[in-house]
Structure formats: structure tokens, C-alpha cells
Design a protein around this ligand. Structure first.
Ligand code: SF4
Length: 372
């Protein structure tokens, strides 16, 4: 159940059956265009398809304009409180503007909607100009609901209902003003509230949904909350674009988003390491072996975008069967291990040579595919 309506965000299709789009947000100072563009490029290398950049003040507008022009993917401006900055972002050619109606007010939101609709060209990445208008996001957060909709006492209105009420009210206003180029988010730091809100909203709205758990936390806990929240919704077909929100390097947000999509079989990008949890039968250091295999796969640009499965198994009892089902696999024994390529055992090598031998086979298979 992807959204009914499709929008274009600088040429990237969102909703209406398009593949779920991965996005993230920079955390450099926007006024430092070079640092922000460097981070945008790192995000794009990891698989980010749309990037959000905050525009906190007038002083940042010039740098923001440069970022919009030079970024390799469409840029969304993140705006709170100062509606004139949304107009400035639109003037810069931003592909999208995220507004939080709770921090803007109706009259000013109407101005932003009008300016977004009037814009005929936006930047789609690498300086390409794409036919507009600017896509908006109605970003409702549990922390900034209008006073009248805030959660009440225990047993009162559930917070998810308040989020949905606010999102529906603002969505209807935009539609009344003739704007259909928008997506909606209803994020909470509570995974349960987030899931409940999106389920409710998805049944009542045609607009594409931007899905995420806000302020999810550090890499470890935020990854778990995001995988549960975003994963549950995507598994039900709810969500057209995702942002994993982590306290840390945003490149990790992109990696986590792709892992969620791959785990659900929705999209895949890059290698996936399958490794056994080890047990009393384990005969070699599987933890070190699996980490080394994962590190090398991530570090080699030849593999970054390849959807390979590589199994690292710790014994000769269950290992060979699992290794056989992966594209490439190791089933280790005492002091040696077997290498599998696409279901066939191709070599048995000493433990110390396992990683080299495995990567020799992976490289050769990839080169053969390329040549073929
Ligand atoms: S593959 Fe072998 S070593 Fe690994 S958990 Fe299974 S039985 Fe244990």
C-alpha cells in the first residue's frame, strides 16, 4: 500500500508505487558550504538519494544556494519558525522544503505554499534544472503539536491520534489551497506511537508518506528503534521515503536505511554478510572472520553497489549448507575452511588464507560477470 499520489522531488519520484527513497540530513554548519557538500557526497556514496539541509538563518542563504546547485542529489530545505527562509530556499532552487506547521502558522504557511507552487525550475542534482514545482513536506512531530492537540492526561487522547489529526488538518488546508505536491510525516520518538500514527494516516490520506522515528537515539539504540518502527511500517506497505534518525554520523543513517530495505526484500544495495552466532561447535574465530569480511566488502568500491550475499559459518556441521545458499561462503573447520561459490565447494584452504582466498574468488566472479 504505497501512497496513491506520486510527487517529484527534483526528479526523484516519491510514492505512487515508486521504490522507497532513502534520505538523510547533513549535520555540518550550513554556512560552511564546502564541509556540507563534502558530507552530502559522503551520504550519496553510501546510497542517499535525497538530502535535507537545514537553513537556520539569513546568513546561511548564500551557502545554501551553493549547496543546492552543486549537490549531486536533490536538496530539501529544513525550515522552522522563520517562514521567509522557506521563501529564500525556494528562490535558491531547492527541490523540496520541509515545514513544520506547528512552528510556522497558517498565514505564513499559505505564503510558502504559494511560492512553492509558482516555482517552475528546481535543482535535481549536479546542477541539473528540473521542471518544478517545489515539493513540500508537512512534518508533524510529537514535540511541536499545536497546544490544542497535545497529549492530555493518561487515558486521554493517545498521542498518535493527535499527530494524525494535525497532519490531516494541514494536508486538507494545502489541498484547499490547490497544492498536491507534498508528502507527510507524523514522527514521534515513541516507536509505538509512530507505528500507530502512520497506520492511521495511511488509511486516510493519498499523499506520499515520509517515514521515520524521530530522535531515535545513538547508533545502537536508534538503529533498533528505527528497524522496528520503519521496518514494521514498510512491511505493511506503508511509507514512500525513509529517514533513519541517529545521533551520530549521518552516513550510518543511510547504511541502516538500506539494511532495513534489504531485510524486507524491498530494495538492495551492497553486500550482505550472513554469519553464524557461534556455539560450542565453533572451531575458529568466526567473530574476527565475519568482521574482517564485512570490513573488506565495505571498503572496496567494486563491491559497494553489488547485491552479494557472503556467508561466514563456524563449523563443518551446519556451515556448508548455509554457505551453499549464499553467493559466496566460508564453512570453517579446525585450522582450515571450505570456500563456496554460488552453491559449489571450490576450495579447501588453511585458516590463515581463508579471507584472501574468499576475496580472490569474489573478485574473479565479479570480473567475469563484468566481462560477460
Ligand atoms: S554454523 Fe556451526 S558453529 Fe556456527 S552456530 Fe551453527 S552449528 Fe555452531
Amino acid at each position: 500500500m504505497s501512497s496513491v499520489r506520486q510527487i517529484s522531488l527534483g526528479g526523484v519520484k516519491i510514492g505512487g508505487g515508486a521504490p522507497v527513497v532513502v534520505q538523510s540530513m547533513t549535520c555540518t554548519r550550513t554556512g560552511d558550504a564546502d564541509a556540507t557538500l563534502a558530507q552530502v557526497r559522503a551520504l550519496v556514496s553510501a546510497g542517499c538519494e535525497v538530502v535535507r539541509v537545514s537553513l537556520p538563518s539569513r546568513d546561511d542563504v548564500q551557502a545554501f544556494a551553493q549547496i543546492v546547485r552543486e549537490a549531486p542529489v536533490p536538496v530539501i530545505a529544513d525550515i522552522h519558525y522563520e517562514w521567509r527562509l522557506a521563501l529564500a530556499a525556494i528562490d535558491c532552487g531547492a527541490a523540496g522544503v520541509r515545514v513544520n506547521p506547528g512552528t510556522l502558522g497558517e498565514r505564513h504557511l499559505a505564503e510558502v505554499v504559494r511560492a512553492a507552487g509558482d516555482r517552475r525550475l528546481v535543482y535535481g542534482g549536479d546542477g541539473r534544472e528540473i521542471e518544478g514545482p517545489v515539493a513540500l513536506r508537512i512534518g508533524v512531530n510529537a514535540g511541536s503539536l499545536p497546544r490544542a492537540l497535545r497529549a492530555t492526561t493518561p487515558g486521554g487522547r493517545p498521542p498518535s491520534t493527535a499527530l494524525v489529526d494535525a497532519a490531516l488538518a494541514w494536508s486538507r488546508k494545502l489541498e484547499d489551497w490547490g497544492c498536491l505536491d507534498f508528502k507527510v510525516s507524523v514522527k514521534s520518538s515513541s516507536v509505538r506511537d509512530t507505528i500507530a500514527a502512520y497506520r492511521d494516516l495511511a488509511a486516510r490520506i493519498d499523499a506520499p508518506l515520509h517515514v521515520g522515528v524521530t530522535e531515535a537515539g545513538t547508533l545502537w539504540s536508534g538503529t533498533i528503534k528505527s528497524a522496528v518502527g520503519i521496518g514494521t511500517l514498510l512491511a505493511e506497505g506503508i511509507g514512500d521515503t525513509v529517514r533513519v534518525s541517529l545521533t551520530g554520523d549521518p552516513v550510518e543513517e543511510v547504511r541502516v536505511a538500506w539494511k532495513i530495505l534489504a531485510a524486507l526484500g524491498l530494495r538492495s544495495r551492497g553486500p550482505d554478510v550472513i554469519s553464524c552466532p557461534t556455539c560450542g561447535r565453533t572451531e575458529i574465530d568466526v567473530v574476527a572472520l565475519a568482521n574482517e569480511v564485512e570490513r573488506r566488502l565495505a571498503a572496496d568500491p567494486r563491491f559497494v553497489e553489488r547485491a552479494l550475499t557472503v556467508a561466514v559459518m563456524g563449523c563443518r556441521v551446519n556451515g556448508p549448507e548455509e554457505a551453499r545458499h549464499a553467493d559466496f561462503g566460508i564453512a570453517a573447520g579446525a585450522g582450515e575452511g571450505q570456500i563456496f561459490v554460488r552453491g559449489r565447494r571450490v576450495a579447501t584452504v588453511p585458516e590463515s588464507d581463508l579471507v584472501e582466498a574468499l576475496f580472490g574468488r569474489i573478485r574473479r566472479a565479479c570480473e567475469d560477470e563484468h566481462a560477460g
